[in-house]
Design a protein around this ligand. Structure first.
Ligand SMILES: Nc1ncnc2c1ncn2[C@@H]1O[C@H](COP(=O)(O)OP(=O)(O)OP(=O)(O)O)[C@@H](O)[C@H]1O
Ligand SMILES: [Mg+2]
Length: 257
């Protein structure tokens, strides 16, 4: 039976490449022929604008989480074939306060996703999380089948990693027994420094197969693409960034077939 995989892209640390990975992994998987939905769960709405949508577009995922709209109602097509987005907006910051008062405050996103998942309109759904382990990220980890953690190749990367892997264990014992750590992805790898290599080696020793073989290098094209409202495959299809994310998309599909 065809399954619809839901992957949360999360790390409580800011600026580690969650949104860049959400956009370009989603776009890469879509380019490989799968139907993909990207849900922007960050009030900064960087995934929304990064795919060329107006940040102020309403309705957004905010209305879905507070129960004013269904997920189907807010989904919009993107310029790329087979790729859809559920946009975010600044107001989403207020959603945490509103849903905190609700009995099902950890299940708001899961309940919104259930009908979409049942209809099997999408093969893969990606959740771009905000840089915190607040209620929105907990909703994402409760709704997801697996978690992908982008990790910047820097000295303190390991410290933060245990915080989110402990969170996975907590959720496995509470709201989401089936949650899996799909993988750790190294981002912004700098080939010129030994530090990047040392960090990668150390994390591989700890997590072995949990680490993606594909590594995303630092590539200026990846940082330019969002201001053009395009994924790397639209903006610079022959860049090293595009090659890296295509390799990641293939590896992701192999792991989650
Ligand atoms: N591989 C890369 N090469 C060069 N720049 C990158 C790369 N990955 C991400 N960036 C840039 O680094 C910054 C942070 O990346 P991104 O927004 O993806 O991180 P994030 O984890 O989503 O941040 P936040 O926690 O604020 O949501 C952005 O300016 C982005 O363009
Ligand atoms: Mg982000």
């Amino acid at each position: 039976m065809k399954k619809c995989y839901i992957t949360a892209v999360a790390n409580q640390k800011g600026g580690v490449g969650k949104t860049t990975t959400s956009i370009n992994l989603a776009a890469g998987v879509a380019a490989l022929g799968k139907k993909v939905l990207l849900i922007d769960l960050d009030p900064q709405a960087n995934a929304t604008s990064g795919l060329g949508l107006d940040k102020r577009t309403s309705p957004s995922i905010y209305q879905v989480l507070v129960g004013e709209a269904s997920l189907e109602e807010i989904i919009q097509p993107t310029d790329q074939k087979k790729l859809w987005i559920a946009p975010s907006e600044l107001d989403l910051a207020g959603a945490e306060i509103e849903i905190a008062r609700m009995d099902d405050y950890l299940y708001r996103l899961k309940e919104a996703l259930d009908p979409v998942r049942e209809q099997k309109q999408y093969d893969y759904i990606f959740l771009d999380c905000p840089p915190s382990l607040g209620l929105i990220t907990l909703n994402a980890l409760t709704a997801a089948d697996n978690l992908l953690v982008p990790l910047q190749c820097e000295y303190y990367a390991l410290e933060g990693l245990s915080v989110i892997t402990d969170m996975v264990l907590t959720l496995q014992e509470s709201t989401n027994p089936d949650l899996r750590l799909d993988g750790i992805l190294f981002t912004m790898f700098d080939t010129r420094t030994n530090l990047s290599k040392d960090v990668v080696d150390e994390v591989r020793r700890h997590f072995a197969e949990g680490v993606y073989t594909s590594v995303i290098p630092r590539n200026v094209r990846l940082s330019e693409a969002p201001s053009h409202g395009m994924s790397i495959f639209g903006y610079a299809p022959v860049s090293t960034g595009a090659g890296a994310y295509l390799s990641l998309a293939k590896e992701f599909l192999k792991r989650n077939a």
